[in-house]
Design a protein around this ligand. Structure first.
Ligand code: NAD
Ligand code: ZN
Length: 360
């Protein structure tokens, strides 16, 4: 019996540095198929009235589409964008550029995949269901923590489930890491999205799937998170380190998995629409039984940055809703297996999860 090792794609090109966004014009130029094959820029609508817009290197009939990140990306939103782009242009675009946080990065990845394939996005949620290459796509993160800039998934909410399009074609062809973008991120959001990275590290490093590959990235990201959230760095240094922490955190989970906080956060997101970063924080604070050291550090970080997490979120849930949350969480088999090992079903009890949810 030969062991099958998973063969992962990585982002083949990345540029890093303050102001590197202005290099995008030169990066895109050789990728332009002709003047009728546009680049589609999907941009977080936070930037709609900001000077960034004047720096987007659009040419010919390129299109800039502003998208709100208030809700996490949906399969039908991807389908609608793909439909619009196909209607607006006779030619297949030269590529897609996503500018924003995890929401916009995932949206751009999904649109690029679907422009290269036929059908509805919901049919591609899962593992390796994408048959044909995506369009060339570029990611420009403007907030750091999710690792969406390096990962091989585009997480979407569909009619049936919240699940990523996980495929070799999902990963970006090019990423632009420009820490200048992080300057405008509001404090709370900075913390929630940054904690996504911290929690990725804890879950990966404490997980049973860990190997030296994941560990090397996870430990680096973990150290960077401690510098950023518990150190006293100048703001710009902290921005730069968090951008690299997110990158390493994403690389770490490529070859391992996330764990209990993510599984339970999916339940919160599915039933109450709570966003990923906040959801992870809400759950993680109560996971002493699973990640005692990580939770201690997390509480120090909350305190240092005077972050008060919302409370009373689950008290009004009906029994059915609570059951559904637990059901969604427990359906994430690989996450539990990573957290607790192959016999995880013996170790995790429905009542225990309900108790945790009710504390939130
Ligand atoms: P986000 O994209 O949801 O954005 C959060 C908020 O920050 C929005 O209001 C946005 O407008 C604002 N924002 C972004 N950049 C800003 C800037 N420079 N200045 C001011 N405001 C700014 O945030 P996120 O936490 O990065 O992403 C969450 C999403 O990422 C979820 O949909 C989650 O499912 C996904 N995710 C994906 C992966 C992956 O591997 N693909 C991993 C983890 C999470
Ligand atoms: Zn996450």
């Amino acid at each position: 019996n030969k062991t099958e090792f998973r063969n992962f794609p990585m982002v083949p090109r990345v540029v890093y540095g303050r102001g590197s966004f202005d290099q995008l014009a030169d990066i895109l130029l050789p990728k332009r198929k002709n003047s009728d094959a546009p680049f589609i820029f999907l941009v977080d609508d936070f930037f709609q009235d900001k000077t960034l817009v004047t720096r987007i290197p659009w040419l010919f009939n390129d299109q800039i589409i502003f998208v709100s990140a208030n809700e996490e990306p949906k399969t039908e939103q991807v389908d609608a964008l793909v439909h619009k782009i196909r209607q607006d242009f006779d030619e297949q675009p030269s590529g897609v550029v996503g500018i924003g946080g995890g929401s916009l990065l995932d949206l751009a990845k999904a649109v690029a995949v679907m422009l290269g394939n036929q059908g509805r996005a919901e049919n591609f949620q899962g593992w390796d269901l994408v048959g044909r290459p995506s369009l060339y796509h570029v990611g420009v993160p403007t907030i750091s923590g999710t690792g969406a800039e390096v990962s091989r998934t585009a997480v979407l909410s569909g009619p049936q489930k919240k699940l990523g399009i996980n495929s070799d074609y999902t990963t970006f062809d090019q990423v632009v890491l420009d820490p200048d973008f992080l300057g405008s991120v509001p404090k709370q959001q900075w913390f929630y999205t940054g904690m996504d990275c911290f929690i990725h590290c804890v879950e990966s490093l404490q997980g049973t799937y860990l190997n030296a590959f994941s560990q090397s990235y996870g430990e680096k990201a973990f150290d960077l998170c401690q510098d950023v959230f518990l150190g006293d760095l100048p703001k710009k240094d902290a921005e730069e380190k968090l951008m690299m922490a997110s990158w390493h955190g994403g690389m770490s989970i490529a070859y391992s998995q996330v764990g209990v906080a993510h599984a339970m956060s999916y339940g919160l997101s599915h039933v109450l629409g709570i966003k990923h970063g906040l959801g992870n924080c809400l759950v993680f604070q109560h996971l002493n039984a699973f990640y005692p050291d990580g939770v201690t550090l997390f509480k120090q970080m909350l305190k240092k940055h005077l972050i008060v997490l919302p409370t009373g979120i689950c008290v009004q849930l009906s029994d059915d809703q609570l059951d559904e949350m637990v059901h969604i969480a427990l359906a994430m088999d690989p996450l539990w297996e990573n957290a607790l090992g192959p016999k995880w079903k013996e170790r995790v009890k429905v009542e225990e999860l309900k108790e945790i949810y009710l504390k939130i």
